[in-house]
Structure formats: structure tokens, C-alpha cells
Design a protein around this ligand. Structure first.
Ligand SMILES: C[S@@+](CC[C@H](N)C(=O)[O-])C[C@H]1O[C@@H](n2cnc3c(N)ncnc32)[C@H](O)[C@@H]1O
Length: 512
């Protein structure tokens, strides 16, 4: 018999930990200390159960003011390597709190700086390229994408409009000069999707910038058998030139044959149009390389583009009143951003993006410890899409299987809490503790401020950026007080998103 595991049983350990959690909730820390210790003693060696119980015991010890012991347990949880990475921030925070209580302020500050705070801005970037997602082209400038009801048309084609002469000139110099004769045939083709327009826009911008000969020589270099690209060199993803687009992943090797066949057909149709283009002459010996590059750019656009969500300003209605605005977010453009494209997916994302006059701003919506990954959602989140739906979407479009916490632990969706419900709701959101006894560690004044903001947002439709700061700090409180998955997190994240959307015209982000 293996003596090290005799009598250990994770189910028994779970039961003790649950009892410890119950005691902890009602602030009976001594009892919870006993239960967590029993749980640790019965947990199997090197198990997740052990890591969780030792981390929980560090919390009980903290409240019992046994800071040295709490620190020892925190270190045990880190060392176990089984404690969920995404919860590391809790341990860092507790460790910082212990040192603060022990008057080691500088150590505490260093530990706190190991995590990003909620709402922190992580990336500000302008897309490398963008195209209209739907019929917005009639009321939006084809250069700056801003809404414009008194637009001027292109002097040659009948397909695009601009705010003014300045935008018209800039677009012509940058891409429309080459694209002008291609826009109509592409729009008329029902198989052409916005991601295809985006791939072509990237191509046109690049050949305009570097010349088609140089572009093709770079493409050939990329296709050499031993070519390897150093993603860390020279900030290449930020320079808006060849590398920042072409080095993005296209997943060609993971795609199905029929998908690749479709990409090749689209690329060859584009090559035909380009070869007939009267505004830009591509030498016939380069058309093959152009075709190869278009296949890659089509795959890149398909994998990395996303719908940028801008606050719409409705025709004839004041934009100051959100009740005049739609309940669903308005997506005008499909954009490609190089830094944002490097972020992987989680069904429980820790960052969120919002567009501010064409600038994409990515912020933290979960505590994120230094060195851990950022995650966005690729259009599916655990609370609004079932697991099967997420698996199919992620595999079909992005060719991977998600192993986030929500997928691994099969977190439930909040089917009754669709996005619109928050906007249609008749009354403010009330947070009650279940049995009427106040076990929440959120002060009543904070709760009423939260309800006030919900009221401002959903009923009076008046909201400002200060409310957003409050919502982020409220979300932070929730993370310290509730375990996920939890409805209130979901509601608060939806409110943060709504608040970011409705205040996006109140803030300006500049890019140098
Ligand atoms: C927009 S790219 C993200 C950046 C990419 N990881 C890279 O290094 O270039 C999307 C691709 O990244 C990979 N990916 C994204 N999230 C993932 C995840 N959670 N698990 C595994 N692969 C993921 C998939 O291959 C997906 O098609």
C-alpha cells in the first residue's frame, strides 16, 4: 500500500471544504479553520482539492489575524502548482494585505502591483485597416468611418462617400485610388463578405505603401521553407507596415480543404479584377505571388478581424439621450488591429474592447496578475452561449478547442438574462442576500450607489464616465466577495459594457 495516500479521499476533502466555506460565510473563522485543516488532511497529494483548501485556510487565518500562518498557506497554494492560475490575483492580494497588516508597506505595494486593476487600459490602438460591415457606407465616411449625413461622393465611382474633400483625398492616396474600379464588382458579388473586402483593403494599402514589387519580394521571403518570423523583434506588430499585417496567423494548415478552396477561388477572382484594373498596373509575372498573398490575407482577415462597436448617432434624433439609441450595439465597421489580434479566446474573458471615434481601447474586466494571459471572447461567452454552440463556433471559425475554466467545469449559461433584458428592464437591479441576513461584505451605501447607476442607465438614460469608474470598482468588490459563475458578475459586466458604449462619445483617446 502507498502510505502517502492512505485514507486520503478528495470527496471527503470537498465535504470538509464546503463546511469550511459555510462557516467562513457567517464569519465563524475558527470553525472554518478546523474544517479547512480537515479538508487539507484528507485531500489527495498534489490535488486541486489540496490547493483550494490551503488557499481558503489562508483566508480564514487572515481574518483570525494570524498573518504569518496565512502567508505560509498562501505560499503552499502557490507551490502546489494546482491552484487555478486565473485566481492567483486573490493570493497576491491576500499576501499584500498580510504584509500591510504587518506594517511591511513596501512589500505590500510590490505585491499589489503584481496585478492589473479593473478598468485599467491595456491597449490603445488604431486599426491597421477597416471596412464597412453592412449598408452603413451611405451614411458613413469611407475614410474616417464617422457618421456623415451630408457626405460628398467619390468623383469617379458611385459606391463611396466622404465627410469632406480632406477625407476624400486621404482615402484616394491611401487605398481608394486603386480600389475605385473594384468596389462595384465586389459589392455585386453575393459570395463576397466583409472579411474579403478587408483582406483586399490590407493588400491595397500595402502595395500602395511599399510598391507591388517590394511587397511580392517580402511575400516570397515569407514563403521560403525555413523562414521563421521573430514575433518579438522591433515591435513589428505595432508599425502598421508589412509585418504587422502579414505576420498575423491565418491557420492555413488547420483549415478544411473546402474552406481553403473557397479562399483560393475568392483570391483568384480578386486577381482577375486587379489585372483588369485601369488605375494600378500589376506586372503579369507578379500576379501569381499576389494570388498567394491574397489567400493568406483572406485567412488573416477571417481569423483576426472583429466588428468594431461605435455609438451610433441616429438620423434626426439627439445623440444626448440614450433612449433614442438602439438597445443593441451598433457595429459599423469590421477592423483589423495588430496587437488586439494576438489575444487568445476565453469564454470568460478578462479584457473587453470599446471603440472611441475609431480608436480601439482594451481594458481589464477581471483582476489579472502580472505575467498571466489576456483573453477576449471570440463572439461567444459562457453566460450567453451554451457549451455546444461555443465548441462549434470556435472550431469552425478558429480551429481550436477551448479549455477555459467555463468549458472545463461546464459553467451554466444565464439563459434568462439576455443582453436586451438589461435595457428593457422596468426597475433598477436590486441585490439582496438570499436569506435577508446581510452576509454581503459590500456596504449598503455602495449597493445603493450601484442601484442608482443602474437606474440612471436603464431608466433615465443619462450616464457619464464617472459611473463607469464606479462600476469597475463595484465589479472589483464582486470578485472579492462572490465565486464565479455568478449572476451578479454577469449583470455587472453587461452594465460596464453598456456604460462604456453609451459614454464612448464623452472620451477622446489620442494615438501618436
Ligand atoms: C486571433 S488569433 C490569436 C493569436 C494567436 N494565438 C497567435 O499567436 O497569433 C486566433 C487563433 O489563436 C488560437 N487560439 C485563440 N484562443 C485559443 C485558445 N483559447 N486555445 C487554443 N488556441 C487558441 C487559435 O488557433 C485561433 O484560431
Amino acid at each position: 500500500m502507498d502510505c502517502t495516500t492512505a485514507n486520503k479521499n478528495n470527496d471527503t476533502s470537498d465535504q470538509y471544504r464546503s463546511r469550511g466555506n459555510e462557516a467562513f460565510k457567517i464569519k465563524n473563522y475558527e470553525e472554518s479553520l478546523k474544517m479547512y485543516t480537515q479538508s487539507i488532511m484528507t485531500a489527495e497529494i498534489d490535488s486541486l482539492n489540496f490547493a483550494l483548501s490551503v488557499a481558503n485556510r489562508s483566508a480564514a487565518l487572515y481574518y483570525l489575524e494570524e498573518y504569518e500562518h496565512s502567508l505560509k498557506d498562501i505560499d503552499q497554494a502557490f507551490k502546489s502548482k494546482r491552484y487555478p492560475l486565473q485566481n492567483n490575483y486573490k493570493l497576491f492580494e491576500r499576501k499584500g494585505n498580510c504584509y500591510r497588516q504587518m506594517n511591511h508597506i513596501s512589500i505590500a505595494l510590490e505585491l499589489y502591483s503584481n496585478q492589473l486593476f479593473l478598468g485599467e487600459i491595456l491597449i490603445i490602438e488604431k486599426p491597421i485597416a477597416g471596412v464597412f460591415k453592412n449598408s452603413m457606407w451611405m451614411f458613413n465616411c469611407n475614410y474616417c468611418f464617422q457618421r456623415c449625413l451630408s457626405a460628398i461622393p467619390c468623383s469617379k465611382c458611385s459606391q463611396v462617400v466622404y465627410c469632406d474633400e480632406t477625407c476624400l483625398r486621404k482615402a484616394h492616396t491611401c487605398y481608394h485610388g486603386i480600389e475605385c474600379s473594384l468596389v462595384y464588382p465586389l459589392k455585386a458579388d453575393p459570395t463576397i463578405e466583409p472579411t474579403h473586402d478587408l483582406a483586399l483593403r490590407c493588400f491595397v494599402k500595402l502595395i500602395n505603401l511599399m510598391g507591388v514589387e517590394h511587397f511580392c519580394s517580402m511575400v516570397r521571403k515569407y514563403n521560403e521553407p525555413n523562414f521563421s518570423f521573430d514575433k518579438n523583434s522591433n515591435n513589428c506588430f505595432m508599425d502598421k507596415t508589412f509585418h504587422s499585417i502579414y505576420a498575423l496567423g491565418g491557420n492555413e494548415t488547420k483549415r478544411t480543404v473546402s474552406n481553403l478552396f473557397f479562399m483560393h477561388c475568392t483570391a483568384s477572382m480578386m486577381v482577375s479584377l486587379l489585372s483588369l484594373n485601369e488605375y494600378y498596373d500589376i506586372p503579369s509575372n507578379l500576379l501569381g505571388t499576389v494570388g498567394v498573398s491574397l489567400v493568406h490575407l483572406l485567412c488573416i482577415a477571417n481569423l483576426n478581424s472583429y466588428a468594431s462597436v461605435e455609438l451610433s448617432k441616429y438620423i434626426g434624433k439627439s445623440s444626448n439621450n440614450i433612449s433614442n439609441r438602439p438597445a443593441t450595439y451598433d457595429s459599423v465597421a469590421l477592423v483589423l488591429c495588430s496587437a488586439y489580434s494576438l489575444i487568445n479566446h476565453s469564454c470568460d474573458p478578462n479584457v473587453i474592447v470599446q471603440t472611441y471615434s475609431g480608436v480601439e481601447v482594451t481594458r481589464a474586466i477581471q483582476p489579472i496578475s502580472k505575467g498571466s494571459q489576456l483573453f477576449i471572447d471570440y463572439g461567444v461567452k459562457f453566460f450567453s452561449h451554451g457549451k455546444e454552440e461555443r465548441i462549434t463556433h470556435l472550431f469552425d471559425q478558429y480551429q481550436f478547442q477551448c479549455r477555459c475554466q467555463a468549458c472545463t467545469n461546464d459553467w451554466p449559461i444565464y439563459a434568462s438574462l439576455e443582453l436586451d433584458e438589461l435595457f428593457i428592464s422596468n426597475g433598477p437591479l436590486i441585490i439582496n442576500d438570499e436569506d435577508g441576513d446581510n452576509h454581503l461584505s459590500i456596504p449598503k451605501t455602495t449597493l445603493s450607489k450601484f442601484n442608482e447607476i443602474v437606474d440612471l442607465l436603464l431608466i433615465h438614460h443619462k450616464i457619464n464616465v464617472d459611473c463607469l469608474d464606479f462600476l469597475f470598482s463595484f465589479l472589483d468588490l464582486l470578485y472579492s466577495n462572490f465565486e464565479k459563475p455568478c449572476t451578479i458578475h454577469y449583470k455587472c459586466i453587461q452594465l460596464v459594457q453598456a456604460c462604456m458604449y453609451y459614454t464612448s462619445d464623452q472620451v477622446q483617446y489620442a494615438i501618436e
